[in-house]
Design a protein around this ligand. Structure first.
Ligand code: WTA
Length: 639
C-alpha cells in the first residue's frame, strides 16, 4: 500500500500537524485518498459537537475488509497477516497469509449470510484469543453486520447486559478459552447469559478446549459444521457488502461514571483512515516488520492495533492466546525471540508485573530484533519506563507512550517512535489531526505551558465516537456537555514547559485497574446486590502492579457478619455480576460513610484514607457526622 502520509522526520511531523489544523479537510482527504473506496465522498466533514453530530467522508462507499484484505492480495497475498502463538508453548504457532485470511473471512462471511445475518444486525462475539476471533470480526464487517466483542473475562451477567443493550440476534463463542493454567468455560457462561436474552436466534460455537458443552437444538451450531457447507472457491467471489462511510462498524462497551456500560459506536470510513494513519506513523512500521500487540481483542487496543489499523496497513501482526507470566515469567521474551518481533506494544501493568521477577527470565532470550516499544492503557511510572528501556529495548529502542481511549478509536497523543522526542511519563505531543486543550473546572481554556486541568479535544478527528448505541443523549451528556463545543476525555492532564502532555489519570469516577476501565458505580451496584449489604463506596488506591487497586467501604445490616469469609463472598458476587477483573482488592466494613448534609458521599476523603493518609483529609466540617471519619480511619485495612 502507499504510505504517502508517512512521517519521516521531525519537520514532516510539524508540517503535517500544522496542515491538519489549518486545513483539516484537505489533510484527511489526502490520507483517505490512499485507501480503496467503491465511491469517493462528496464532502469530507460535517460536524456539530453540541448535538453531537460528526460525519466524515460523506456519501463515501467502501468495505473496510477490502482495505484490510483484498487490496493486499495481488502484491502481498503471501505476506503473513497474522502470526498466532498458542497459550501452550508446545503447540505449533500458525502463520496466516493475507490470501488465507481473505479466504477464511469470505467463507465465514458466507456462513453468516447463510444463517440469515444481514447488514446492520448486531452480532456479539465472546471468544478467546484464537485466529477465528479476528476472522469473526472481519466476516461481520464483510457483510455489514455490527460486531460487539465482549472481553472473555466478563461474567454471564455482563454478557447478558451487552447482548440485551445491542439487541443482538447472534452470538459467536468458543467451548472454552485457555488462559495460562486456566481453562475458562465460555459457552456455559453464554448459556447462562442467554436465559435472559430472547433476541438471540443463533449461537455459533468454535471448538478450542474440548470442554463438554451443551448444544441447544435449533439454536446452537458448531463453527466447523457451518463452514463445511461453504464452497471456498465460490465464497471468495462473493462481493463484500457496500457500506456508507458513516455506517456503524462496531459497538464496544466501556465503563463510565454511571452504573451501566456505554456502547461506543465507531463507523467504517473515519475509523479505517485514522487507525491506519496512526498505526503506520506512531510505530514507524515498515513492511515485513513483526508487530506484537499483547492486548486482547476484547478491548479497543486489540480492535484497532491487532485487527483493523494493522491489517489495513498490510502489516504482520502477532496475536498471543496466553498470559505473560505462564508457564513462567519469560514467556513474552520467548515469543519476541522466537518470532523475531520488531515492535512490541504492551501495557504498563504487564511491564510492572514482569519487572517484579527481575532479569532472570530474560537470560538467554535474544531481544535484538526489537526496534520500537510502545505502551498503552494507563500512565507509565518512571521506574517501569526505565526498566522497559534498559532491559527490553537495551537502550536502543524508542518507547512510544500512546494515550487514547475506546471513544477516540486510535492513538491521539504519543511520541512518534524515534522521530519526535520521548519523555518518561509523558505521552508528549498530539498526532496530526488532534487538537488538545486543557480546561479548568469552569471550562476556561488554559493557554500556554506549565498548566494543568481537564483534557478536551476541540476539533473532530476521523475516528471520534459517533454515538452510544441506542442512547444518543448519553453520548452527548458524557462527552460533549461538560464543556461547550469540545470533546471531554475524562482525563486530567499537565502540559509542561516544552508543550508536552502528561496524562495524570481519570478525573471522573472511573478506575484504571491493570489498564482496564472500571466504573466505581458499577462495582458499587454489584456489591450492593450482595445479601446484607446496605450501602457501599468504592475508590481507587495506588497499586504496585495494577496501577490502581479497588478499595471498597461496605456497610452491612446488623444480621450480617463482617468476617473474611463474607469479604470473599462479596468478591464472588462482584465477579459473578461484572467479572473477575472488578473484584475489590480490599474490603473494609464500616458503620457509616462520610456524607455531606445533602447526602453526597465525600469520595475525596475515602480516597485519602485508602491511600494511607489519615491526617490531612481536608475540610470535614461540611460532613453530616464527622465522627464516621475517625471510625473509618481506625478500621483501615492494609492492602
Ligand atoms: C487511560 C485504552 C495515561 C486514560 C486505549 C484513558 C492512559 C483510558 C494512556 C482509556 C496513556 C490510556 N497514559 N493514561 N498512555 N492510555 N490511558 O478506553 O485514563 O480502555 O481515558 O482505552 O485509559 O481506556 P480505554
Amino acid at each position: 500500500m502507499t504510505s504517502s502520509f508517512r512521517i519521516n522526520n521531525y519537520d514532516d511531523y510539524r508540517k503535517a500537524w500544522q496542515k491538519s489544523v489549518a486545513d483539516p479537510e484537505g489533510f484527511w482527504e489526502s490520507v483517505a485518498d490512499t485507501f480503496t473506496w467503491r465511491k469517493k465522498w462528496d464532502k469530507v466533514l460535517e460536524w456539530d459537537f453540541r448535538k453531537p453530530d460528526v460525519k466524515w467522508f460523506i456519501n463515501g462507499k467502501l468495505n473496510i475488509t477490502e482495505n484490510c484484505l483484498d487490496r493486499h492480495l495481488s502484491a502481498n497475498g503471501d505476506t503473513t497477516a497474522i502470526i498466532w502463538e498458542s497459550n501452550d508453548p508446545a503447540e505449533p504457532s500458525q502463520h496466516i497469509s493475507y490470501a488465507l485470511l481473505h479466504q477464511q473471512v469470505c467463507c465465514f462471511a458466507q456462513a453468516l449470510r447463510g444463517m440469515g445475518v444481514k447488514k446492520g444486525d448486531r452480532v456479539c462475539i465472546y471468544m478467546g484469543m484464537i485466529p477465528q476471533l479476528p476472522v469473526a470480526l472481519l466476516a461481520c464487517a464483510r457483510i455489514g453486520a455490527i460486531h460487539s466483542v465482549i472481553f472473555g473475562g466478563f461474567s454471564a451477567r455482563s454478557i447478558a447486559d451487552r447482548v440485551q443493550d445491542a439487541q443482538a440476534g447472534y452470538v459467536i463463542t468458543c467451548d472454552g478459552a485457555f488462559r495460562g493454567a486456566k481453562d475458562i468455560a465460555l459457552k456455559s457462561l453464554v448459556d447462562e447469559a442467554l436465559v435472559t436474552c430472547p433476541s438471540v436466534k443463533k449461537v455459533i460455537v468454535c471448538k478450542r478446549t474440548h470442554t463438554p458443552v451443551s448444544m441447544i437444538g435449533g439454536r446452537d451450531v458448531w463453527w466447523d459444521d457451518l463452514l463445511s457447507e461453504i464452497n471456498k472457491d465460490e465464497a471468495v467471489k462473493v462481493p463484500a457488502e457496500e457500506m456508507d462511510a458513516e455506517d456503524p462498524l462496531f459497538i464496544l462497551y466501556t465503563s463510565g461514571s454511571t452504573g451501566k456500560p456505554k456502547g461506543v459506536v465507531h463507523t467504517c470510513g473515519g475509523y479505517m483512515v485514522y487507525t491506519t494513519y496512526s498505526f503506520v506513523n506512531v510505530f514507524q512500521y515498515n513492511p515485513g516488520d513483526i508487530f506484537f500487540c499483547t492486548a486482547d481483542i476484547g478491548w479497543i487496543t486489540g480492535h484497532t492495533y491487532i485487527v483493523y489499523g494493522t491489517l489495513c496497513a498490510g502489516a504482520s501482526v502477532l496475536m498471543f492466546e496466553g498470559i505473560p507470566t505462564w508457564p513462567d515469567a519469560g514467556r513474552m521474551w520467548d515469543i519476541v525471540d522466537k518470532h523475531k518481533v520488531n515492535v512490541l506494544y504492551t501495557a504498563p501493568t504487564a511491564i510492572r508485573s514482569l519487572m517484579a521477577y527481575g532479569t532472570a527470565p530474560l537470560q538467554g532470550k535474544d531481544l535484538s530484533s526489537l526496534k520500537v516499544l510502545g505502551t498503552v492503557g494507563e500512565p507509565i511510572n518512571e521506574e517501569a519506563w526505565h526498566w522497559y528501556d534498559e532491559h527490553i529495548g537495551m537502550g536502543r529502542c524508542p518507547i512510544t507512550d500512546t494515550w487514547w481511549q475506546t471513544e477516540t478509536g486510535g492513538i491521539m497523543i504519543a511520541n512518534i517512535a524515534g522521530i519526535t522526542p520521548s519523555q518518561p511519563g509523558y505521552a508528549t505531543l498530539p498526532l496530526p489531526g488532534v487538537q488538545p486543550v486543557i480546561v479548568d473546572e469552569k471550562g476556561t481554556v488554559q493557554e500556554g505551558n506549565e498548566v494543568s486541568g481537564n483534557l478536551c479535544i476541540r476539533f473532530p478527528w476521523p475516528s471520534i465516537i459517533r454515538t452510544t448505541y441506542g442512547d444518543h443523549e448519553r453520548c452527548r451528556s458524557a462527552y460533549f456537555a461538560a464543556y461547550d463545543n469540545m470533546y471531554f476525555t475524562g482525563d486530567g492532564c499537565y502540559r509542561d514547559e516544552k508543550g508536552f502532555y502528561r496524562i495524570t489519570g481519570r478525573v471522573d469516577d472511573v478506575l484504571n485497574v491493570s489498564g482496564h476501565r472500571i466504573g466505581t458505580a458499577e462495582v458499587e451496584n454489584a456489591i450492593n446486590s450482595h445479601t446484607g449489604v446496605l450501602e457501599s463506596a468504592v475508590v481507587g488506591y495506588p497499586h504496585d502492579i495494577k496501577g490502581q487497586g479497588i478499595y471498597a467501604y461496605v456497610i452491612v445490616d446488623a444480621h450480617t457478619d463482617t468476617s473474611d469469609e463474607n469479604c470473599k463472598n462479596i468478591n464472588a458476587t462482584v465477579a459473578g455480576i461484572i467479572g473477575p477483573i472488578a473484584r475489590p482488592d480490599v474490603i473494609q466494613f464500616v458503620k457509616g460513610l462520610p456524607k455531606t448534609r445533602s447526602g453526597k458521599i465525600m469520595r475525596r476523603i475515602l480516597r485519602k484514607i485508602a491511600e494511607g493518609e489519615t491526617k490531612n483529609l481536608g475540610d470535614t466540617t461540611t460532613l453530616l457526622d464527622p465522627l464516621v471519619v475517625d471510625d473509618i480511619i481506625s478500621g483501615r485495612q492494609l492492602p
